[in-house]
Design a protein around this ligand. Structure first.
Ligand SMILES: Nc1nc2c(ncn2[C@@H]2O[C@H](COP(=O)(O)OP(=O)(O)OP(=O)(O)O)[C@@H](O)[C@H]2O)c(=O)[nH]1
Length: 304
């Protein structure tokens, strides 16, 4: 039975088989009504997902507000804007949001709804499904594709994404931005002398050391092998150089499990020049890294 009048549905007779079918649905089917003054209510709500919030359907049949108050703060304006757009252009709503459950945790909900203009406002026919598991899996895959397996640092792909974003911010607002390229000296002989597993441990310890020395908003990435990049937003070359020198000194006295003083690093630095490309910044930092290697290693080089 289509529920086109706006009487709450429990007042309308439904055959038992429809009741059973709708209550067993793994989600929620609904009608949502919005009056010209913006008041909303759910004339119809069914499905076993209706238990998620612990709210009483009979209350929601008169006022949608208790359900809207369960939306995550960041998602509320987005959903309201989607409803407004849908009402204005009579276009379907396709969105997702987080909803606070009865146990106070959040579930991700996918919403699809078709609007219809009626005399008393707009009536949507829609469905909602809990997609929390898919969202968690998506997040896990995204993290995997952005992360270096061995060290847990960002990988090259993630660095390039962040670099693009930071360069456009720097170009727009003339914020300073610096990049360090860091490479372990004679890493081949570390592997040859102490073995590949110990070499891996050095890479992990170095990753940890870099993380400890940087700020939360800085990015440390492993580019592959024994090469790392450190991206420092809001940091001019002078500060970056001071930090690089401290890092160089700290590595040189740190015991990476092969005896203190056995591991050193070379670092090349470049500051972004407004208007320059991402590649130009990387090339300048790389050139400085090779100058540091040629200059005898265990040093920082700037300004080639
Ligand atoms: N243990 C370990 N070694 C790696 C890994 N990736 C690359 N390497 C080794 O890193 C070494 C890099 O050697 P080179 O490129 O010759 O550089 P280097 O010996 O550090 O010499 P310089 O950079 O010129 O100071 C090679 O022996 C690689 O096998 C890794 O994930 N784990």
């Amino acid at each position: 039975m289509p529920f086109n009048d706006l009487e709450p549905v429990e007042k309308q007779p439904q055959p038992d088989w429809i009741l059973e079918l709708t209550e067993q649905l793994p989600g929620v089917i609904f009608q949502l009504h919005r009056a010209p003054d913006g008041q909303m209510h759910f004339p119809y709500l069914a499905g076993n997902g209706t238990h998620l919030t612990g709210l009483d359907r009979r209350d929601l049949a008169h006022n949608a507000l208790p359900a809207l108050e369960r939306l995550a703060e960041e998602d509320y304006p987005r959903l309201m804007a989607a409803i407004e757009r849908s009402a204005r252009f009579q276009s379907p709503i396709t969105t997702k949001f987080r909803l606070r459950r009865v146990d106070d945790q959040h579930s991700w909900i996918a919403l699809r709804a078709q609007p219809r203009k009626i005399d008393t406002g707009v009536l949507w026919f829609g469905l909602m499904i809990d997609i929390s598991e898919q969202m968690a899996e998506e997040q896990r895959l995204r993290r995997l594709s952005d992360t270096d397996d061995l060290t847990g640092l960002a990988n090259r792909r993630k660095l390039m994404q962040r670099l693009d974003a930071e360069i456009s911010l720097s170009n727009r607002h003339t914020f300073p931005l610096s990049l360090m390229m860091l490479d372990i000296d004679h890493f081949k002989s570390v592997n040859d002398t102490w073995g590949h597993l110990q070499g891996d441990q050095v890479l992990k310890d170095l990753a940890q050391l870099c993380r400890e020395m940087l700020r939360e908003e800085d990015l440390v990435a492993r580019l592959g092998g024994e090469e790392f990049a450190l991206l420092l937003p809001l940091t001019p070359e002078l500060h970056c150089r001071q930090l690089a020198e401290r890092l160089c000194e700290r590595v040189a006295v740190h015991d990476f499990g092969v005896g203190p003083g056995r591991i050193t690093v070379s670092i090349g630095i470049a500051e972004h020049r407004i208007g320059d490309s991402c590649d130009a910044l990387i090339h300048r930092a790389d050139d400085n890294l090779y100058a540091a290697k040629r200059g005898g290693r265990n040093q920082v080089m700037v300004g080639v």
